[in-house]
Design a protein around this ligand. Structure first.
Ligand code: NIG
Ligand code: FE
Length: 433
């Protein structure tokens, strides 16, 4: 490449990435993508990318840098050669936007994993007091500091795997005190981590044992005690309900979400995971930001989602781990839905926060094209956290959250070569992590 002239004075730190084999998901406009739009993944071959401070400042073809021997102007602050990365043979993508996780939890549940190998179902384990209730007992006994330490370690792990934004839910507290504790941990993660974090209140994850036969009593606790306390401390961005047979009905889901909406919390709900029980239609009627899971979908649910602005968030590693049919991604995209991909990172149904695996699995098992999967895991994931204006694509002015791959033959090689670690480095808000 030709000389790069460090020209104008800038107080801001800057990084230049050169010789990028393919700069992926480059957009001037970045709306939610639906249907056929998902297969369009704009890329620049043999590209450069300029980052100033924590922001994407410019990009283009390498030929523009070197054209006619003309030097290109870059910030004076970028004087050390350490600030220039030669990415020959590598791809640069927006970092993953994981819009559904339960990353704060007290303990793993591999005993139930063995129970499942021995033949019990997820619902049977839950009915015996295992599952979410097991996680709730452990969380209630764990201090806020310890939960923070555990959550921080998981956040570090997933960010090294390329996640630059993540939504984290409560829902393993199930008492006023323990739900507040979980949400305070999420708030502290938000304050301390460069990763963009959204917090979701999921008090309606299951009924605690003391309310087993008094569902309306627990719903009152959520709406009359938990929500006002959460709002007073500004602990949540969204409200979620596990809308499922044996958990919360569509009517209960609507009532709880409406109560949350009165405190400014928009719904993002667990719908149609184990049963096709009206969760998607409830979410659409509420104007939910997203309805998530969608393992069990009928034509009515697909049509309802396709005709709405609600994003359908697919969690293939949860289907995989519970040995359930995968989400009907092809039917959803072909019907014109907007879909996102997320990990559901949690100890019961998806003990992995690896978005690379989610992307691979969605191509291998759900027949998404690599382009569709990458759009769903970046830009649409950002929109499913209402972060589409600042994250999810290579756009001037967006935050510099980036994945630089190792040298790879092509974009399709990423999901094809599932299980390989193909990430060379990750940048979050302009800093290599
Ligand atoms: O998204 N389905 C409900 N909630 C989680 C699982 C929670 C758990 O088993 O701990 C999920 O799969
Ligand atoms: Fe979940």
């Amino acid at each position: 490449m030709g000389n790069i002239l460090f020209y104008y004075l800038s107080a801001m730190p800057a990084t230049l990435i050169t010789n990028i084999k393919q700069l992926v998901n480059v957009r001037t406009e970045s709306p939610v993508l639906r249907g056929k739009q998902l297969a369009e993944l704009p890329c620049i071959e043999n590209a450069y990318l300029l980052i100033e401070d924590d922001t994407i400042a410019g990009y283009g073809a390498m030929s523009e840098l070197t054209a006619g021997g003309k030097d290109v102007i870059f910030p004076l602050s970028m004087q050390s050669k350490d600030d220039i990365l030669d990415a020959e043979g590598c791809l640069v993508l927006p970092a993953w936007c994981d819009s559904h996780s339960h990353l704060v939890f007290a303990a793993s549940r591999e005993n139930e994993f063995i129970d499942k190998i021995n033949g019990l179902s997820y619902a049977e384990i839950a009915a015996r007091g295992g599952g979410i209730l097991h996680s709730a007992r452990r969380l209630q006994q764990t201090s806020e500091d310890e939960l923070f330490r555990l959550g921080w370690a998981r956040l570090q792990e997933v960010s090294r795997m390329g996640t630059g934004a993540i939504e984290i839910k409560s829902g393993y507290g199930l008492t006023v005190e323990a739900e507040l504790k979980m949400l305070r941990v999420i708030k502290k993660l938000k304050e301390k981590s460069p990763v963009s974090i959204k917090a979701t209140f999921l008090g309606a994850h299951t009924y605690p044992p003391e309310y087993k036969d008094n569902h309306s009593g627990y719903i009152d606790l959520i709406t009359e005690q938990m929500l006002p306390a959460i709002a007073a401390e500004k602990l949540a961005d969204y409200i979620d309900v596990f809308c499922e047979t044996g958990f919360f009905s569509p009517e209960e889901t609507m009532a709880i979400c409406r109560a949350g909406m009165r405190y400014g919390l928009k719904p993002k709900i667990h719908a149609n995971q184990l049963n096709c029980s009206g969760g998607v239609q409830a979410g659409v009627a509420l104007g939910a930001v997203s309805v998530d899971h969608l393992e069990t979908m009928d034509d009515g649910a697909i049509r309802a989602l396709a005709g709405s602005d609600t994003i359908g968030t697919l969690l293939p590693t949860a289907a995989f781990f519970l040995r359930m049919p995968f989400q009907p991604a092809r039917a959803l995209v072909d019907a014109g839905c907007a879909i996102a991909l997320a990990t559901d990172f949690n100890p019961g149904s998806s003990p992995s926060g690896n978005m690379n695996l989610v992307v691979a699995m969605s191509c291998i098992q759900m027949k998404l094209l690599p382009e569709e999967a990458i759009n769903a895991a970046t830009l649409n994931g950002a929109h499913a956290m209402e972060l589409g204006r600042e994250l999810g694509s290579i756009t001037v002015g967006k935050k510099a959250n980036l994945i630089v791959t190792k040298p790879v033959p092509s974009l399709a090689y990423l999901p094809y070569s599932f299980g390989s670690n193909l990430i060379d480095r990750v940048m979050i808000r302009g800093e290599w992590i």
